[in-house]
Structures are given as C-alpha cells and as structure tokens.
Design a protein around this ligand. Structure first.
Ligand SMILES: [Zn+2]
Length: 330
C-alpha cells in the first residue's frame, strides 16, 4: 500500500505537503516508537515523487508510484541498518545490524552527486532510525545536510531524538510527530480487527501501530504467558522459555520489562501502565517483592536488550533471566 497515513497524522501531512518550496530540506520526524512515523515518511515520499498526485496523495498508478512499490525508484533512497547476511556463508541465522554505517552514507554522497532521474525532479532520501548512525556516519550525513543538493528532500525518522548529535539537530526542521488520543487509537485498532483493542491499546503503551509490525497475536500470546508471570516465585521456567522464544527475543524482553514496570508501580501504589485490569494479581505479587532485586533485574534487562539480537544461546539466556525473575520474590 503506497499511502498509509493514520487518522492522527492527517492534518500534519497536509500541512507539510502544502508547504511546497518553503518546506525545509531536512525534516526530522521524531516521537516514540509505534505511532506510525515511518509510514508517514513513506506516504510523504510517495506523494512527493508521484507524477499525478491526487489531493496531495500519491496516485498509486503512475510510473513513479509503480517504481516505488517495486522498490526501484531512481529518485528515492532509503537508508536503514542492513541485514548482516554474509557473516558465515548462510550457516548462522541472518541478523539485523544495529547501526547505519559510514559506507552507506558515502554511497548516498555518490548518489546525490549525480543529477536526478527526472529532469528537475525532486529526490527523496529517507533515513531511519536516525539514532542508528554511528558518529562517523552522522558526520558524513552532516556534510549533506549543510550543503544540501538541489531539490532533495531528506526525511529523517527518529525514536530517540535525545541520542542525536546537536550538530545534526541544528540542521533539521524538527517535527514532533502526533500521538493518537485514546479515542483515535482505539478506533484505529477496531478498524484493524485487532482482538481486544482496549487491552492492546494499554499493552502497547499508547503506541498502537507496533501491533501490526510485531505481533498480530499479542493478546493470544499474552494469555498463554500470563500464568507464568503471575506464578512469581513458583514460575515453571522450562514451560515458560519456549513461549518467550516463540515471541522472539526483542518482544520477550519487552514483555518482561512491561510486567516489571507495572510490578514496580504496584509496589508504589501507582496506576498500572501496560497491564490493564491486572491490578489483583500484580498486587499479590508486589506483596512478596524484594525491591532492590526488582531494580537490579530491571537494569539487567535493559543491558540485555542491547545484545538481544544475537541468535545464539537464546534458550540459555532466557532461562537465566527467568531465574532472576524467580529471585525477586521473597
Ligand atoms: Zn503516482
């Protein structure tokens, strides 16, 4: 689908499309993950490149739209961490790189030094997530932002603006991306036929678009995993680990982080953030929590998240994590 805009983004979209020539050459679209920033950037790219836009949106049928949907538009470049798939002649599982490398930005320099495919046409460069650039890549990008090639629109997407270099920030127009209201988020989830939209809304932390990317069966999975969490000190680790693996490492860690945060909030008589309607079981667990061990485990999970992409020893790693979980009680 070439146009994918969420209801909470509509007015911002028309504002930027109508800006035309006055639009800043580098828009930094920032905000928390799960609110549709990348879809916004793709929709805007398509609209800017389309030969016959319809009411500000890409038409979906012209040559430009066709190229874009084939992933072969000569005036569009998307830069994102690339899969590290030649690490070991296909023996290891492909894993996602964490960084955008300087070589990728150098290629961008080469590309932008040529003229656009379409005579006097616009070129669009989409980079995401921007915080994935290391310092060398950031500095290389800075040169492009300081002396932008003519008729080039940079769309830079970031979940963590605070992690970006101030020099980069100073060269962009910073656009805080709108977040959905409860009403908008719930309504959107309902239109996606997501089961239990209200539960999903809370569990996503008000970031509903993560649902489609990550786990369409969140609720079903959670229903299976929940009893293990609720068991606290008596958790059956051997039975719980396969469920976590099924969900993928990143999601597994997130599920544990969300549960621990709500457990911590419960210990401090604060309203829950993610587990709507789970006050009862969480309060029962909170009564047995050792707070300093809970904090230590949260920190361990944060550190673990940095290396969680590595496909080796997942089972062992998760077993150790759940053992830590067991120990925070009593
Ligand atoms: Zn078109």
């Amino acid at each position: 689908m070439i146009n994918k805009l969420y209801p909470w983004q509509e007015s911002l979209f028309s504002q930027w499309m109508q800006a035309g020539e006055t639009r800043h050459h580098a828009l930094l679209l920032h905000g928390k993950a799960g609110i549709g920033k990348l879809d916004f950037a793709h929709t805007m790219s398509a609209a800017l490149l389309c030969l016959e836009p319809q009411q500000g949106f890409a038409c979906g049928v012209c040559q430009s739209c066709h190229w874009l949907s084939e992933g072969a538009h000569p005036d569009f470049r998307e830069v994102t961490p690339e899969d590290d798939d030649n690490a070991d002649s296909g023996k290891k599982k492909t894993r996602k790189r964490q960084q955008i490398l300087i070589d990728q930005i150098r290629l961008l320099h080469d590309y932008l030094s040529l003229s656009s495919h379409r005579v006097n046409g616009i070129r669009v460069v989409l980079i995401h997530p921007l915080e994935a650039m290391n310092v060398a890549a950031s500095n290389a990008l800075l040169k492009l932002l300081e002396e932008p090639p003519p008729r080039t629109q940079f769309l830079l997407v970031s979940h963590q603006r605070q992690a970006l270099l101030p020099t980069i920030l100073s060269r962009c127009m910073q656009v805080e991306m709108p977040v959905p209201s409860l009403e908008q988020g719930l309504h959107w989830l309902q239109t996606q036929s997501v089961p239990n939209p209200e539960w999903v809304w809370h569990y996503s932390g008000g970031a509903p678009t993560t649902v489609q990317q990550d786990a369409p069966d969140w609720y079903a999975w959670y229903q299976q995993f929940r009893p293990h969490l609720v068991n606290g000190a008596t958790i059956d680790i051997a039975a719980a680990v396969p469920l976590l693996i099924k969900q993928g490492m990143e999601q597994a860690i997130q599920a544990l982080q969300k549960w621990l945060l709500d457990l911590w909030l419960c210990c401090h008589q604060q309203p829950l953030r993610y587990h709507h309607g789970e006050t009862g079981p969480l309060q029962a667990l909170a009564a047995a929590v050792n707070l300093s061990r809970l904090l230590a485990f949260q920190q361990q999970l944060n550190r673990f998240k940095m290396t969680a992409q590595h496909p080796l020893n997942q089972e062992l790693q998760l077993e150790q994590l759940l053992l830590q979980y067991k120990k925070i009680f009593g």
